[in-house]
Design a protein around this ligand. Structure first.
Ligand code: UD1
Ligand code: UDP
Length: 383
C-alpha cells in the first residue's frame, strides 16, 4: 500500500488540495495521510471541515505575527520527525506558501519524491509576490512531478529546463473546489451579507492580504474602498478581513464610519463563493480569487503590479491596476457606472480549469508510482 502525504498549511492550499484529497480517498491501494502544518488556523480549519477532511497530523505551528523563518523552521522540525515515523512514498505540496516550500525541502532531504500541485506559475519578479515567487521556483527545483494548471505554466517550466515528461497539464483544482462550493448553495450565516445577496444590491467584493502590499499600499487600498462606497452609495462594499493583524490595522480604520461598507470575518469557502457569484465586481490582491471570479463572469480588478496568472488578463476579465488610491477608485467607479466598460469585462471564461483537475492529477500521481496511464492534458475552451 503506497502512502501519499499531502502537506498544506493555509486557506488557499487547503481549498486547492481538497479535491485531490477527496479523490485519493477513493483509490484502492493508496493510503492518503493528510498533514497540515497549521500555518493558518481558523482559515484552514474552516476549509477542512467544509470538505469533510480530518487531518491525520497537525503540526500546529501558527504564532501571532509569525515570521517567514519561524514558519519554515517549525515546519521543517515537525516534518523531520513525522517523515521518520510515517515514511511516505510520495509527498504532495501545493502552490507557493512557506508551508509548501518547507514540505518540499524536508521531503527532499529525506529523499521522498515530491509532487508539486499548481506548478509553473511565474510573475518574473523574485520580490513580487514576496516570498511566493521564490518559494515556487525552489519547489520546481526539487519536485519530480509538476502538475501545471495551464499550458502557459507548463511553458514556464520548460523554459527553466524541466523535462517535458515530468510535467502534466491538469487544470487548476480550484475550479473543482469552486464547482463543489457553488453547488452547496447554502445561505451566508451573517444575515447582513445574506440580505445583500438576496436583495440584488450591487455588491463590490474586496479582499487584501499580500505581504508586498502591507503598509502604505494597504492603507491606500482601505482609503480607496471607502471612497468607492461613498461615491456609489447604492452599492455595498463587502470586505471579509484576513486574520492577519497587520492587514486589519492598515485597512479597517479607513472603513469604520462608512455605512455601506460591510467588514466581516473570513467567510467559509461556500459563503465566499456565494457572495462572489452575487457580486457586480471583485477588487482583490488574492491569487485564487483571480482564478475563480472569471469563471463566474465577474470583472476582477487586481491590486498588484504584476500577476503570475496572465490567462484571464488576456481574456479581458481581469485587469491589473496596481495600488494607487486614485487609480483603484477610478477603475472601480468606471465599471460600476459605465455599462459598456462593464460589459467589456464581464465574460465568463474558464482558462484555469474544467472541474477535472483532481482526476488528471491522480492519474499522474499513480503513473509516478508505476500504476496506470496519465490522462490527456487539460485543454481549455477558448472563446
Ligand atoms: C500566507 C501565505 C500566502 C498566502 C496567504 C493566504 C506565506 C509566506 N504566505 O500569507 O502565500 O497567499 O497565506 O491567505 O506562506 N492568522 C490567524 N489565523 C489564521 C490565519 C492567519 O490568526 O487562520 C494571523 C496570524 O497572526 C499570522 C498572520 O495572520 O501570524 C499571518 O499569517 P501568515 O500565514 O504568516 O501569512 P499570510 O499573509 O496569511
Ligand atoms: N476565500 C474564502 N473566504 C474569504 C476570502 C477568500 O474562502 O473570506 C477563498 C477564495 O475563494 C480563494 C481563497 O480563499 O479560493 C484565496 O485565499 P487568499 O486570498 O487568502 O490566498 P491566495 O489565493 O492569494 O494565496
Amino acid at each position: 500500500m503506497a502512502v501519499v502525504m499531502p502537506i498544506y498549511g493555509t486557506r488557499p492550499e487547503a481549498i486547492k488540495m481538497a479535491p485531490i484529497v477527496q479523490a485519493l480517498g477513493k483509490e484502492r491501494d493508496i493510503s492518503c495521510f493528510v498533514t497540515v502544518t497549521g500555518q493558518h488556523r481558523e482559515m484552514l480549519d474552516q476549509v477542512n471541515s467544509l470538505f469533510g477532511i480530518d487531518p491525520d497530523v497537525d503540526l500546529n505551528i501558527l504564532r501571532p505575527g509569525q515570521s517567514l523563518s519561524g514558519i519554515l523552521s517549525r515546519t521543517v522540525d515537525g516534518l523531520d520527525e513525522l517523515f521518520g515515523r510515517i515514511q511516505p512514498d510520495v509527498v504532495l505540496v501545493q502552490g507557493d506558501t512557506t508551508s509548501a516550500a518547507a514540505g518540499a525541502l524536508t521531503a527532499f532531504y529525506h529523499k521522498i519524491p515530491v509532487v508539486h500541485v499548481e506548478a509553473g506559475l511565474r510573475s518574473g519578479n523574485l520580490l513580487s509576490p514576496f516570498p511566493e515567487e521564490a518559494n515556487r521556483k525552489l519547489i520546481s527545483q526539487i519536485a519530480q512531478l509538476h502538475l501545471a494548471p495551464t499550458h502557459s505554466s507548463k511553458r514556464n517550466l520548460l523554459e527553466e529546463g524541466i523535462s517535458d515528461v515530468d510535467i502534466a497539464v491538469t487544470g487548476n483544482t480550484v475550479i473543482d473546489a469552486l464547482l463543489q462550493a457553488v453547488e452547496m448553495d447554502l445561505p451566508v450565516a451573517d444575515p447582513r451579507i445574506e440580505e445583500a445577496v438576496q436583495s440584488g444590491q450591487t455588491i463590490v467584493l474586496a479582499t487584501t492580504h499580500r505581504r508586498e502590499n502591507q503598509g502604505g499600499s494597504m492603507e491606500a487600498i482601505g482609503r480607496a474602498l471607502a471612497r468607492i462606497a461613498e461615491a456609489d452609495n447604492d452599492s455595498i462594499v463587502i470586505l471579509p478581513a484576513h486574520r492577519n493583524p497587520v492587514v486589519r490595522e492598515a485597512v479597517l480604520p479607513w472603513l469604520a464610519n462608512v455605512p455601506n461598507v460591510l467588514v466581516c470575518e473570513p467567510l467559509s469557502y461556500h459563503e465566499f463563493a456565494r457572495v462572489m457569484r452575487a457580486s457586480r465586481i471583485v477588487v482583490t490582491d488574492s491569487g485564487g480569487v483571480q482564478e475563480e471570479a472569471p469563471s463566474l463572469g465577474k470583472p476582477v480588478l487586481v491590486m498588484r503590479q504584476n500577476t503570475e496568472r496572465p490567462e484571464a488578463v488576456t481574456a479581458g476579465t481581469v485587469k491589473l491596476i496596481g495600488t494607487d488610491e486614485d487609480r483603484i477608485v477610478h477603475e472601480a467607479l468606471k465599471l460600476l457606472q459605465v455599462p459598456s466598460e462593464y460589459e467589456a469585462m464581464a465574460n465568463a471564461v474558464n482558462p484555469y480549469g474544467d472541474g477535472r483537475a483532481a482526476e488528471r492529477s491522480i492519474s499522474a500521481i499513480l503513473h509516478l508510482l508505476g500504476r496506470g496511464r496519465r490522462l490527456p492534458d487539460f485543454a481549455p475552451i477558448i472563446g
